[in-house]
Design a binder for this molecule. Structure first.
Ligand SMILES: Nc1ncnc2c1ncn2[C@@H]1O[C@H](COP(=O)(O)OP(=O)(O)OP(=O)(O)O)[C@@H](O)[C@H]1O
Length: 258
């Protein structure tokens, strides 16, 4: 299987989702490429989360197609997506606050002696720690302690680092990041954006939902703008101007934004 940068790894074709009378996705198309950070932007209610949830198996589309590595697929739940190397980090992080970093990185996918995930096996903490140390240093995530300290006692940025590192460990194809910097300070945000970039460089398609325009300008190779459940723009970073982006999100014509 080719993993060339730029290869389209996951695609939405005409995805639709209604909630009663509300059209959350009105036929969405999206192409996610390996090696790219895509920023998914749009005003509140534009349909960003709906699109990501459909592509990560959290909700089922009413219509349309999901294409993974060139083949139409059905996702019956997040586990189906994860098995395909499609991971998501959510705003609430979904960490176990009372467990340490190693336990969180391997939650539900523990390594036991003699291989991965054998029920009743003896946990191989040493192997997990070795791999985690490697992975965290490759990603540039700095944490005060890998063992013994509950992640609930770490800072917001450190916890975000754990959540992102966990997803990155398993994301061979796509990583969706839902507002990973929303609750973070300047330096912590910077660190998370750098991690997103490194994950993309490893050949994964990274999709970043964010409302923070400077973060878009800083990290995105491509920007997709959604409005009212539709894609209204898809441009490369080279074509990107912040004023135009804001106009597109708000639905102004160009030049009208002022
Ligand atoms: N579970 C649900 N039940 C009913 N309506 C929903 C549900 N989830 C989303 N919607 C509606 O679908 C539309 C798109 O919502 P979505 O959360 O995808 O937008 P978003 O772009 O992620 O917004 P935000 O930036 O505010 O998170 C909105 O009108 C929202 O109210």
């Amino acid at each position: 299987m080719s993993t060339a940068a730029g290869e389209v790894v996951l695609e939405a074709r005409g995805l639709r989702k209604h909630y009663g009378p509300v059209v959350a996705a009105a036929g969405m198309d999206l192409e996610i490429r390996r090696g790219e950070v895509m920023a998914l932007v749009g005003d509140n209610g534009a349909g960003k989360s709906t699109l990501v949830k459909m592509l990560s198996g959290a909700i089922r589309p009413d219509a349309g197609e999901i294409v993974h590595r060139g083949r139409a697929i059905q996702l019956h739940g997040p586990h189906d997506a994860r098995e395909r190397g499609i991971e998501t980090t959510y705003q609430d992080l979904a960490l176990a606050p009372n467990r340490d970093v190693i336990a969180n990185l391997y939650l539900g996918r523990e390594i036991v002696r003699g291989g991965l995930l054998k029920p009743l096996g003896i946990l191989d903490r040493r192997e997990m720690t070795r791999r985690a140390t490697d992975q965290l240093s490759r990603l540039g995530v700095r944490l005060p302690a890998l063992t013994g300290t509950p992640v609930g006692r770490m800072s917001g940025g450190q916890q975000q680092g754990v959540a992102v590192a966990r997803a990155a460990s398993w994301a061979t194809d796509v990583l969706f990041m839902d507002e990973p910097t929303a609750a973070l300070g300047v330096r912590q945000s910077e660190a998370v954006l750098q991690v997103a970039r490194r994950i993309a460089q490893s050949g994964v398609g990274v999709v970043l939902i964010t409302h923070i325009m400077p973060h878009v300008m800083e990290v995105a190779d491509r920007v997709v703008v959604l409005r009212h459940g539709r894609k209204v723009a898809d441009m490369t970073a080279a074509e990107l101007r912040q004023d135009r982006l804001i106009a597109l999100m708000a639905g102004y014509e160009e030049g009208e934004a002022a």
